[in-house]
Write a protein that binds this ligand. Structure first.
Ligand code: SAM
Length: 310
């Protein structure tokens, strides 16, 4: 029995409604393969599943074994989805899913350093074989201002400077517990705070370690390019900064002229490549939130590639 297998796919029915029927799909964030298994069961002919994390991929291989060669696996960042698709002879696909962030399996693997409920080295890389720095390297080598910026921007932490200065005074810091304890001492929990004060700091470090926002920003236009006319891209985000990137990229890609309003005649020649399927993001209903608290902050946005592109 493997207790990592029960990652519950978020917004599953809305994702299936958005992407199916389809022949060829890409799941850019395969995880345990929950969405992919459901997409195959719902009639997708083939799915190419990517994950930056080799251990997630190994788990997905086991969970999806019943689908045989209808599922293809690539140990790759979703930003490289085009190369992975070309490798199996696909130039265009009917749909792409990105379900961002980390999975419950990763949170439950103490040695990954994502969770402070376990004591472990501060790692937090989705791909421990890649070339990104670990969280320990950021914590121990960045200066106080750089650390404070990370905590403020990616964690919306109001005590960012105080926490960063304390880290710089007390380092080296190598473990999740040591960091969580330090944060607790310098930024005590407010009565109104429902979460441990280290939660925002861990989230911010994870986003920085994996360069998550820049990766998303680069990947969305690549994904749109890969869609056939009428194909769809569905993105589930869990963080307001991610959702903002998805929203703005989709808005730009679905707009023809982007000249400033004071320009009398269009000079930009910008043309929409997609249409918005939903103006407001799809969110989990009360039943799903009760069943899977992780779905509380999930936002699903969907675009469809236009078919009258020249
Ligand atoms: C929320 S989980 C996906 C869960 C999956 N939808 C399921 O139903 O099992 C996100 C996954 O994306 C992976 N991931 C994060 N950033 C990635 C990236 N840039 N490229 C590929 N995979 C990434 C993580 O390793 C994790 O396994």
């Amino acid at each position: 029995m493997n207790d990592y297998i029960d990652h519950v796919p978020v917004l599953l029915q809305p994702v299936l409604d958005a992407l199916l029927p389809a022949e060829r799909l890409i799941d850019g964030t395969l995880g345990a393969g929950g969405h992919t298994g459901a997409m195959l069961a719902a009639g997708a002919a083939e799915v190419l599943g990517l994950d930056a994390d080799a251990s997630a991929l190994a788990l997905a291989r086991r969970n999806l074994a019943q689908w045989g060669d209808r599922v293809h696996f690539a140990h790759s960042s979703y930003v490289d989805m085009q190369a992975a698709a070309h490798q199996i002879g696909w130039t265009h696909v009917d749909g792409i899913l990105l379900d961002l962030g980390l999975s419950s399996m990763q949170l439950d693997q103490p040695e990954r350093g994502f969770a402070f409920r376990y004591d472990a080295p501060l790692d937090m890389r989705f791909n421990p074989d890649g070339d990104r720095p670990t969280a320990a390297e950021l914590v121990n080598y960045l200066d106080a201002e750089e650390l404070a910026d990370i905590f403020y921007q990616y964690g919306e932490e109001r005590h960012s400077r105080r926490i960063a200065s304390a880290i710089v005074r007390q380092r080296p810091i190598h473990t999740t517990r040591a960091l969580a304890e330090l944060v607790k001492q310098v930024a005590p929990r407010h009565k109104s705070d429902k979460i441990h004060p280290a939660t925002r700091i861990f989230q911010a470090l994870r986003i920085a370690v994996n360069d998550e926002l820049a990766t998303l920003e680069r990947a969305l236009p690549i994904a749109i390019d890969l869609l056939r006319p009428g194909g769809r891209l569905a993105v589930i985000s869990f963080h307001s900064l991610e959702d903002r990137i998805v929203k703005q990229t989709f808005k730009l890609a679905s707009t023809d002229c982007i000249c400033p309003p004071e320009v009398p005649v269009c000079i930009c020649d910008h043309e929409a490549t997609v249409r918005l399927v939903n103006r407001k993001p799809v969110e989990a209903d009360a039943a799903e939130v009760a069943d899977n608290p992780r779905s509380r902050s999930a936002k699903l946005r969907i675009v469809e590639k236009l078919d009258d592109l020249e």
